[in-house]
Design a protein around this ligand. Structure first.
Ligand code: PLP
Length: 385
């Protein structure tokens, strides 16, 4: 097997990227790619956004890092603004989605331990779910290939079919700590949970004294046309893991909790060296400035509708299904999504195929109408081929 100095765990295309400008990536030959993969739903406001570049540049000249023994203006400001803008009463910061999920699962168990129910340690998760690549993440997730070869996993997970409330109810025992769900499965193929199903999960959690955790690492933070996807169901979770778009490309993760949970998590019980790193906090604040600006969420809804309607209007037997919420859109082809993605890349459009043969389209939240139309014309041409 060929080896590279960087471990070959990814299927790389061989294309070398050198720059990003707005919704475009530019490779070493100068070829431009309209970026509808966004680093897998990460570059929430595209590449090199001047407000984000300036925030990082300014913070880089002030303070890069200090220990979590200290607070900083950036941490105080970002956490307060997240608390003000969301359901959360308190936030734990880390550097990636998997860590944000891991923290949330630990807080779920620790909550019961601290409230006199240490036997409640099992977590109900869902088929098709993806929660990152740590042992906790692959143990919770629904993808067998992510677990293969890694030996003894974390125990305590009960996996049930997605959108099946009766199955969840049946899986609840005296040892259940909570439920972990992606309100819109990303890797699972852009599959949204039914809103009544989400409401049912909240009701079951309340009835049985469980915590409800939403993994919104991929589907949250403006992408669904609301701050978080669970809001569409009118429910309030107890814990939310957030990452990807929250840093707009800077490594940043966050675990948001309500007071009920946050109040019982003791000092010393969890941590991360880079959690609340001032560079990350400064960029987080700058991304939030852009996200909270007037009209952004409406723009996401409108652009999402334009993309989905454009895809549905394509008269081709090659499309099995088109689905989406806001700017999280999936096209299920009758053919091979990876082959279609490769052809689109040749034409200059990046997309992100999921493990479930769905072509995922997750453009920046500030994508323009003209860019949506450009993507549609690439897609129409490739599907016609
Ligand atoms: N949770 C969900 C829903 C994800 O989609 C991902 C990544 O794709 C993760 C967790 C893990 O995030 P990261 O790769 O930043 O660790």
């Amino acid at each position: 097997m060929a080896i590279t100095p960087y471990l070959p765990v990814y299927r790389r295309t061989g294309i070398k990227m050198v720059r990003g400008e707005g919704s475009y990536l530019i490779d070493e030959s100068g070829k431009r790619y309209l970026d509808f993969a966004s680093g897998i739903a990460v570059n929430a406001f595209g590449h090199s956004h001047p407000h984000l570049v300036e925030a990082l540049r300014e913070q880089a000249g002030k303070l890069w890092h200090c220990s979590n023994q200290y607070t900083t203006d950036e941490l105080e400001r970002f956490s307060q603004r997240l608390v003000d803008a969301t359901f959360a009463d308190s936030v734990f910061f880390c550097s990636s989605g998997a860590e944000a999920v891991e923290a949330g699962m630990k807080f779920m168990r620790r909550y019961h331990y601290e409230t006199g129910a240490a036997h409640r340690h099992r977590i109900i998760t869902f088929e098709g779910g993806f929660h990152g690549r740590t042992y906790g993440g692959i143990s919770a997730g629904g993808n067998d290939s992510a677990r293969a070869g890694f030996g003894q996993l974390l125990n305590g997970f009960d996996r049930v079919p997605f959108n099946d409330l009766a199955a969840v109810e049946q899986a609840i025992t005296a040892n259940t700590a909570g439920i972990l769900i992606e309100p819109i499965q990303g890797e699972g193929g852009v599959r949204a949970a039914d809103l009544d199903f989400l409401r049912g999960l909240r009701a079951l959690a309340d009835q049985h004294g469980l915590l409800l955790m939403c993994d919104e690492v991929q589907c949250g933070y403006g992408r669904p046309g609301s701050m978080y996807a669970f809001e569409r169901a009118g429910i309030t979770p107890d814990i939310v893991s957030s990452a990807k778009g929250i840093g707009g490309g800077f490594p940043l993760g966050a675990t948001l909790v309500t007071e009920r949970v946050g109040a019982v998590i003791p000092a010393g019980s969890h941590g991360s060296t880079y959690g609340s790193n001032p560079l990350a906090m400064a960029v987080g604040n700058a991304v939030l400035d852009l996200l909270l600006a007037d009209g952004v969420l409406t723009h996401v809804q409108e652009m999402g509708t334009r993309l989905v309607e454009g895809l549905r209007a394509m008269d081709t037997a090659l499309v099995k299904d088109v689905r989406g919420v806001g700017l999280m859109v999936g096209l299920e082809p009758t053919g091979n999504a990876r082959e279609i993605a490769a052809k689109l890349l040749e034409r200059g459009l990046t997309t992100s195929p999921t493990v479930t043969n769905v072509l995922r389209l997750v453009p920046p939240l500030n994508v323009s109408e003209a860019e949506i139309d450009e993507a549609l014309s690439h897609l129409a041409a490739v599907l016609k081929e």
